[in-house]
Ligand binder design. Structure first.
Ligand code: NA7
Length: 548
C-alpha cells in the first residue's frame, strides 16, 4: 500500500483525522488537474468528490442531448502530449458520454483515483488561526486537516432543483437536468414538460421532441441560437490536430475566450454593410461560438452594432420558422444578441414545427406551482404531465461554495459575506480566507466567459506555482490583502459595466437566483489579459498577497 493509499483509507473512516498538504473539493476538469500537479510536486493531497466517479459537470449532466459547445480539440488538457496522442475525438462537439470517457481516461492513465474519496460531500471547512490549517468535515463523518484548501467545485454545479412549490406532490417523475439518473428514463409515448430554454433546455428539447408522446415547453425567455456544425472527425483531421498540439496549447492561452479564435481584426466602423454581412455569413457557416466570440468585439459594447448582429440572427431564425406566431414566440426582441450565453443547436427550432410539440408562454402566464397532475400556470390551467424536466439552471459561480459552510479568519462565513456581496481577489482567493485557493469562482473568466478547460488549467497552474513559491520561501500562510481584493473588484466592475452584458438578466449576472447580489460573475477583460495580470502578480513575488 502506498502512503497516499494508506492515508485515503484512514481518512474514509468516520472519526479519523488525517493531515494533508492540500485538500481539493471536486474531481472535475480542474480538480483532476490540480491533483495531478500537486502530486507531481510530491505533496500529500486528497480530493473529496460528491459523485461516484470523476468528471464533474460531465458526470452530473447526463440528460438527453447533453453535449459540449467547445470544439473537442480545445476542450482538453494540455499537460501531456502523450495523452493527446492516445485519445481520439470522434466529432467536433462530442456528446456528454465521450467527454466523460475522456476525463475517466485521464484519471486512469494518471492513476488519479487512489487519492479521491468518492460519494462524499464537504459540509464544512474552518480555518484555524492557531495552527494556520483548515479543518474539513464531510457528510461521511470524516475530518481532514490540511494546510491548503483548493476549491475545484465548478461554476455550474449547484443546480436549482426546487424551483416550484408542490414539486413533491407530483404523481409523475421530476428530473433536474443536472441530476439526471444513470438508468435510462423511458420517455416514449409520455406527456413530458420541459421548463427552461437555456443552453440545457435547448439540447433536451431538440433531442426528445421526436421520442415523447407530447412535449410542452414552458418558455419564459426565448434565445438567440447558432446552428451547430458538427462533422465527424476523420483520421486525417485527428492527425492534423495532434500535429498542432503544441501550437494550439499556446494559442488558446491568449485569446479573448480561451478558444483558438479571436475577434475580427478589422474595425467594424470602417466596414461597409456588405463587408460586415460577409464576415457574419462566414462565421455563421462555421457553426460554432465563433459567431459570438470572434465577429465584432463591439457586439459587447455598442448597442448599434449589437442591434445589427441581433437582427442578422433574428433573420436567420425567421427563415426557419415560417409560422409568424411561432416566430413571435421564439425570436428574442427584448435583449441583445450575446449579452448572455448563446447556445449552439441542431434542429431546435424545427422541433416546434412538430405536431406533438407545444410552447407555453410562461412570461405571459407564469408557473404558479406543480400539482399532482402537472404544472399549474397563472391563468388557472393545469398542464397535465407524466414527466417534468427542470432545465432551470444553477446558482452559478458562488453557489458551489455557499452551499458549503466555509469559515475563515475570525469565524467569518463565506456564505454570509457572499449573500451580501460577491467579492474575490482575481477569483483566486477571498480576503479573510487564508490558504484557500479557488478555481471557477466569481470574478475570474473561469466563472463563465471562457472555454472552461483553458481557464481552469491556467488557474490550477497559478495555484500550483504559488504553493511552490511558498514552500521554497518557507511561508506557511498566504492571504489576499483587502487592498488587492478592492482593486480587483473595482477593475472587474469597470470592465463589466462598460459592456451590455450587465444590462441583461441571466445567470451571468446572478439574476436567476432570487436575492442573489447582482454582479457580473465572470471577468470579461479577456482570458489572455487575465492570464497576463495573474502572471504579473506572480512575477512580482505575488504582489497583493500577504505571506507569513
Ligand atoms: P440557464 O441558462 O440558467 O437557463 C435556465 C432556464 O430556465 C431559462 O430559460 C430560464 O428562464 C428558465 N427558468 C428558470 N426558472 C424559471 C421559472 N420559474 N419559470 C420559467 N422558466 C424558468 O441554465 P442552463 O442549464 O440552460 O444553462 C446553464 C449553462 O450550462 C449554460 O449557459 C452553459 O454554459 C452550460 P429565464 O431566462 O430566466 O427567463
Amino acid at each position: 500500500m502506498t502512503s497516499s493509499t494508506a492515508a485515503a483509507v484512514s481518512a474514509t473512516k468516520p472519526g479519523n483525522t488525517t493531515e494533508y498538504d492540500a485538500v481539493i473539493i471536486g474531481a472535475g476538469v480542474a480538480g483532476l488537474y490540480q491533483l495531478y500537479r500537486l502530486r507531481e510536486k510530491g505533496y500529500k493531497v486528497r480530493v473529496i468528490e460528491a459523485g461516484s466517479n470523476v468528471g464533474g459537470t460531465w458526470y452530473w449532466n447526463r440528460y438527453p442531448g447533453a453535449r459540449v459547445d467547445s470544439q473537442a480539440y480545445v476542450y482538453q488538457y494540455w499537460f501531456s502530449e502523450a495523452l493527446d496522442k492516445e485519445w481520439n475525438w470522434s466529432e467536433r462537439f462530442p456528446a456528454q458520454p465521450e467527454t466523460e470517457s475522456y476525463l475517466n481516461f485521464v484519471a486512469d492513465r494518471c492513476d488519479l483515483r487512489k487519492d479521491i474519496t468518492f460519494n462524499t460531500r464537504v459540509t464544512r471547512a474552518t480555518f484555524d488561526e492557531a495552527t494556520s490549517h483548515w479543518t474539513i468535515e464531510t457528510d461521511g463523518g470524516e475530518t481532514l486537516k490540511t494546510q491548503f484548501l483548493i476549491t475545484c467545485a465548478g461554476m455550474l454545479s449547484a443546480p436549482l432543483t426546487s424551483t416550484f412549490p408542490g414539486q413533491e406532490t407530483f404523481k409523475g417523475q421530476v428530473f433536474h437536468t443536472a441530476r439526471w439518473p444513470k438508468e435510462p428514463v423511458d420517455l416514449a409515448g409520455k406527456r413530458v414538460g420541459v421548463v427552461g430554454t437555456g443552453a440545457t433546455g435547448i439540447q433536451v428539447i431538440q433531442t426528445i421532441a421526436d421520442k415523447v408522446g407530447h412535449l410542452k415547453v414552458f418558455q419564459r425567455t426565448p434565445q438567440y441560437i447558432i446552428p451547430m456544425r458538427n462533422p465527424k472527425y476523420t483520421d486525417a483531421d485527428r492527425a492534423a490536430q495532434k500535429a498542432g498540439f503544441a501550437a494550439m496549447r499556446e494559442r488558446v492561452q491568449r485569446t479573448f475566450a480561451g478558444f483558438d479564435y479571436d475577434f475580427h481584426p478589422r474595425n467594424v466602423y470602417e466596414m461597409s454593410q456588405e463587408e460586415k454581412r460577409q464576415v457574419l455569413e462566414e462565421l455563421w457557416a462555421d457553426g460554432s461560438l465563433a459567431f459570438w466570440l470572434t465577429a465584432f468585439v463591439e457586439v459587447f459594447f455598442d448597442p448599434k452594432v449589437n442591434d445589427e448582429v441581433s437582427e442578422f440572427v433574428r433573420e436567420k431564425m425567421r427563415q426557419r420558422l415560417k409560422d409568424p406566431k411561432l416566430a413571435e414566440k421564439l425570436i428574442p426582441t427584448t435583449y441583445g444578441f450575446g449579452t448572455h450565453r448563446v447556445p449552439l443547436e441542431t434542429n431546435y427550432l424545427e422541433a416546434y414545427l412538430r405536431p406533438n410539440v407545444e410552447i407555453v408562454d410562461v412570461k405571459e402566464s407564469p408557473i404558479v406551482c406543480v400539482t399532482p397532475e402537472g404544472v399549474k400556470t397563472a391563468d388557472g390551467k393545469v398542464h397535465e404531465l407524466d414527466i417534468l424536466i427542470l432545465a432551470t439552471g444553477f446558482d452559478a459561480g458562488s453557489g458551489a461554495l455557499t452551499r458549503i459552510d466555509i469559515h475563515g479568519r475570525d469565524g467569518r462565513s463565506l456564505k454570509d459575506e457572499w449573500n451580501k456581496e460577491i467579492r474575490t481577489a482575481m477569483g483566486l482567493m477571498v480576503h479573510g480566507y487564508p490558504n484557500m485557493f479557488t478555481t471557477a469562482a466569481p470574478l475570474a473568466p473561469s466563472a463563465a466567459l471562457c472555454n472552461m478547460t483553458t481557464c481552469l488549467q491556467q488557474q490550477v497552474d497559478w495555484i500550483t506555482d504559488c504553493i511552490g513559491y511558498m514552500k521554497a520561501h518557507d511561508h506557511k500562510v498566504i492571504e489576499a490583502t483587502k487592498t488587492l481584493q478592492d482593486q480587483w473588484v473595482e477593475h472587474h466592475d469597470d470592465v463589466a459595466n462598460a459592456t451590455l452584458v450587465t444590462k441583461t438578466d441571466s445567470w451571468y449576472m446572478g439574476s436567476n437566483v432570487p436575492g442573489k447580489p447582482r454582479r457580473l460573475l465572470s471577468y470579461i477583460g479577456g482570458v489572455g489579459t487575465y492570464r497576463q495580470k495573474c502572471d504579473e502578480v506572480a512575477a512580482k513575488n505575488y504582489e497583493g498577497f500577504a505571506f507569513s
